[in-house]
Design a binder for this molecule. Structure first.
Ligand SMILES: NC(=O)c1ccc[n+]([C@@H]2O[C@H](COP(=O)([O-])OP(=O)(O)OC[C@H]3O[C@@H](n4cnc5c(N)ncnc54)[C@H](OP(=O)(O)O)[C@@H]3O)[C@@H](O)[C@H]2O)c1
Length: 250
């Protein structure tokens, strides 16, 4: 069955790259990216219009920005046998269905650019076997049973900036103390890459891993204790609370 994609920008390109081709029909906007994907990947074609994507596809992925999605969707005529997978942020399922004007299955998903390398972890709401199969090909799908579960993963996705912020802070501190910046960068990037592998390969709770990676009375134990005492954990928790309120309000 043909997979249609409307809005061929950063995230759609990552998704199509990760699929490596297939029976995929792209919308014409984002022309340079669409043309590049069609040239490189077998089975990927560019349609003449957004409506031609809908007419020629069974399932349609919506990947335009939130600011234009209403105009884009209202302009299209869907068929009752179709499905829409929306990657659009801050746009609820009922709203989308209202603009579509038919009672179609509408599924939301939030892939990240890691899907290009088939290592993306993608929440899918509501659970949908077709969408889960798609995102399992691109890494791992997480079916969400409720809007709350979906919102919580959106909150978790906002840890990316803080992750780099921790690396940035540690690198700057090391450099101030006299370690060449390039050595600090190489060391920290390698350390965190290995920790990421431990986190994904292990089935242990993170609290257990923290214990395993903190010798009693050692440097790791001391740093986390100071982080806690200095308000680091409280600040992170407060920040997550604030994000959840913001995501729920959208
Ligand atoms: N980037 C991410 O990591 C990410 C992750 C998850 C979800 N999302 C969501 O995915 C959506 C797209 O994000 P993005 O980062 O990929 O944005 P983007 O790079 O700006 O891509 C949006 C694409 O939509 C195209 N477009 C604009 N108007 C259109 C229309 N009327 N018909 C068809 N296509 C049209 C644009 O084409 P032109 O270039 O010709 O203007 C552009 O190629 C957003 O809703 C975002 O919330 C993004």
């Amino acid at each position: 069955m043909t997979l249609g994609v409307i809005g061929v920008g950063t995230i759609a390109a990552a998704l199509v790259e990760g699929l490596g081709g297939g029976d995929i029909l792209l919308s014409p906007r984002g022309a340079t990216t669409a043309a590049r994907l069609a040239r490189r990947l077998p089975g990927v074609r560019v349609a003449a219009s957004n409506q031609a994507v809908v007419d020629g596809s069974g399932t349609i992925i919506l990947a335009v920005r939130p600011q234009v999605v209403e105009a884009v969707v209202r302009d299209l005529r869907f068929r009752p046998d179709q499905k829409v997978i929306s990657l659009v942020a801050a746009t609820g399922i009922d709203t989308l269905r209202g603009w579509i004007g038919l009672d179609l299955p509408v599924v939301r998903a939030v892939p990240l650019p890691f899907v290009a390398g088939r290592s993306g972890v993608t929440p899918v709401f509501p659970p949908d076997p077709e969408a889960e199969t798609l995102f399992n090909r691109l890494g791992t799908a997480i079916p969400c049973q409720s809007q709350q579960e979906f919102d919580l993963i959106a909150v978790a996705s906002a840890l990316m900036g803080s992750y780099f912020g921790i690396l940035e802070t540690a690198q700057a501190w090391l450099a101030t103390q006299g370690l060449p910046e390039v050595s600090a960068r190489t060391y920290l990037a390698g350390l965190f890459a290995n920790l990421g592998r431990v986190a994904t390969d292990s089935q242990q709770d993170f609290a257990v891993l923290r214990g395993e990676y903190s010798t009693r009375g050692g440097l790791n134990e001391q740093l986390f204790r100071d982080f806690l005492a200095g308000g680091g954990v409280a600040a992170l928790t407060l920040g997550l609370d604030g994000l959840l309120a913001r995501v729920r309000g959208q």
